[in-house]
Design a binder for this molecule. Structure first.
Ligand SMILES: *Cc1c(COP(=O)(O)O)cnc(C)c1O
Length: 217
C-alpha cells in the first residue's frame, strides 16, 4: 500500500503526510523504517508524547485545531502547522517561534465543506489577516499555502468542486500577496477517501491515515 501510494503521489509532485493520530509508536516506526518522514497529528498532547519516543528527524505536522495556549509546547520543533484559522493564533505562533529562535511554516485553513462543525477561514478573513499591520510585522511565521477538508460525502463532484474552490483561493492569495514568494506553494487537501480527486485538483500535500494504518481505534 505504502509504496504504491507514494509512487502515485510522487509522480504528481505531492508530499505524503502520514496521519498517525491514535496509532502507537510501533506502527509509526514501521512506516519510518520504510522511509516515511512526514507525519501528521491532530492533538498537541498526543504529539508531545510521541515526539519523545520517536526519531528526531521526523517532520511533524500539526493538522488539527490548535488552541493558542498549546502553541508554546510545539513551537520549538513543529515542522508545519496546517490549521491556522485566526490572526490571534498566528500572533501566538509568531511570539512563541521568536522565543524559540525559529521560523514556523504555516498554512491557512479554509472552510470549504458544507458541514458547520469544521474549522477554517472564509476568504475575506484571510484577506483581513494578510492585510493587517500585525501580520506584516511578523518575522517568525512563514505562510506556505492553504489547507482544507471536503465534505464527508459520496458525491465526488461535490468534493471536486470544494477542492477546486480551495485551489482558486490559493491562486488568488498567491497573486495578491505572495507573487514573489516561492515559499507560498502548498495546497494541503485530500484524505484517505478523497485523495485521488484532491490530486487531480492540484493538491501538493495529502494527509492520509486510515489507508496507511487501517481503521483508528
Ligand atoms: C484524521 C485526519 C486526516 C486523515 O484522515 P483519514 O481519513 O484517516 O485519511 C486528515 N486530515 C485531518 C485534518 C485529520 O484530522
Amino acid at each position: 500500500m505504502y509504496e504504491n501510494l507514494l509512487k502515485k503521489l510522487q509522480s504528481r509532485g505531492a508530499t505524503l503526510i502520514a496521519v498517525s493520530k491514535t496509532q502507537p509508536v510501533e506502527r509509526i516506526l514501521e512506516l519510518y523504517q520504510q522511509g516515511q518522514r512526514d507525519f501528521g497529528e491532530s492533538r498537541v498532547q498526543e504529539l508531545l508524547k510521541k515526539v519523545l519516543l520517536l526519531p528526531s528527524d521526523i517532520r511533524w505536522h500539526l493538522i488539527g485545531h490548535l488552541q493558542t495556549n498549546k502553541v508554546r509546547f510545539i513551537a520549538p520543533f513543529i515542522h508545519m502547522i496546517h490549521s491556522v484559522d485566526s490572526l490571534r493564533l498566528l500572533q501566538e505562533i509568531e511570539k512563541r517561534a521568536a522565543a524559540a529562535r525559529r521560523t514556523v511554516d504555516c498554512l491557512l485553513q479554509f472552510h470549504i465543506a458544507e458541514e458547520e462543525t469544521k474549522y477554517g477561514l472564509v476568504e475575506e478573513e484571510a484577506h483581513a489577516i494578510l492585510q493587517s499591520t500585525e501580520y506584516q510585522a511578523m518575522r517568525h511565521v512563514r505562510i506556505c499555502g492553504v489547507m482544507g477538508m471536503a465534505t464527508l460525502t459520496d458525491d465526488k463532484e461535490k468534493i471536486r468542486a470544494e477542492f477546486r474552490t480551495l485551489r482558486h483561493i490559493f491562486d488568488r492569495l498567491r497573486q495578491t500577496y505572495f507573487a514573489n514568494d516561492a515559499h507560498f506553494r502548498e495546497i494541503s487537501m485530500g484524505m484517505s477517501a478523497d485523495w485521488e480527486i484532491a490530486l487531480e485538483e492540484g493538491s501538493t500535500m495529502v494527509r492520509i491515515g486510515t489507508l496507511l494504518f487501517g481503521p483508528r481505534t
